[in-house]
Design a protein around this ligand. Sequence first.
Ligand SMILES: Cc1cc2nc3c(=O)[nH]c(=O)nc-3n(C[C@H](O)[C@H](O)[C@H](O)COP(=O)(O)O)c2cc1C
Length: 362
Amino acid sequence: MALYPLIRPLLFRLPPERAHALTFAAVGLLGPLPGFLRLEQALYRFDHPALHVRVWGRELSNPVGLAAGLDKDGALIEPLLALGFGLVETGTVTPRPQPGNPQPRLFRLPEDRALVNRMGFNNRGVLHLVQRLRRPRRMAGLVGANLGKQRETPLDAADVDYMSCLHAVYPVADYVVVNLSSPNTPGLRSLQAHAALEPLIRELAGQRRKLAETHGRQVPLLVKVAPDLSEAELDAIVQAALDYGVDGLVATNTTVRREGLLSPLARESGGLSGRPLRPLALAAVARLHRVSEGRLPIVGVGGIFSADDAYGFIRAGATLVQLYTGLVYEGPGLVLRIKRGLVRLLARDGFRSVAEAVGTAP
Ligand SMILES: Cc1cc2nc3c(=O)[nH]c(=O)nc-3n(C[C@H](O)[C@H](O)[C@H](O)COP(=O)(O)O)c2cc1C
């Protein structure tokens, strides 16, 4: 029963942020009703042994995740997990609440199957997210927390923001992502340059070691990178990640490039996601996998709209994949379609599991 083709034209008639708020409000109301999650699960459940993934000492039912930014404040974790995601990434959150950029700040580019956003880390602050993450959950799946810096924090003090957020979420997050790649916080992406990155990663990894001792659990620490980095910059990130024991990389965030777009809104400033991002993100994943020689689990994200796309990322070197824009265009059934399709593609090529297929692209 595919409802989304009927609902999408209605949602697409609204300004994008209004459509997002309306969907969140509706699911927020329905979510707590008895039986809602079970109904959702019944509609979207699909489990298959070939999809099971073991990563960071955890067992996931499948490698398909929700990318950061959709549920920044962790408002709908359970209903999102019930769509069948193996992982859901909350955030980006900052130490204190902040409103983000003035609206409009989110644009649909339907001709390109893309979005442009310049949200600017609108969020209710890390402590609010911590409260959400503390709530007991019935749904399985990893829930990550993606961390950023406050807009007004100077770049040379960004480490203080990341450290305070890391402290706050450490006891309640299944994994943590340090977001150095949003184009909508001025200067943030410069933290990916080696001179800034190396001390930041060293400090965060050192702090994580202490937190692991205090809390008796090792929470995986990942870094999220931009698709607009040179190969040399990507290589330096891999080196720093391996040197300091970072557990994985998320590749990629949105791009500031705009080549070959059809939509009249293409010139809006911000980060571009969706179809046009896919080749850039895929190339970054392949590079990171090759240079790290498979020693760093990579979360592939950027323009995944189908099982073929997800499979392409896995074969390029991603252990897990995530999506955001695909969900807007294809609807919530996309997660189920990707999982079914992945099982078929793995079997076609003689792989017994996702793990066997990781990084096998020629
Ligand atoms: C509206 C919007 C808001 C986003 N906010 C965040 C964010 O807060 N933090 C982050 O790391 N990525 C954020 N992203 C980037 C996504 O997590 C993802 O990396 C990117 O959109 C590429 O995936 P996609 O093509 O499947 O959307 C955002 C993307 C969109 C479209």
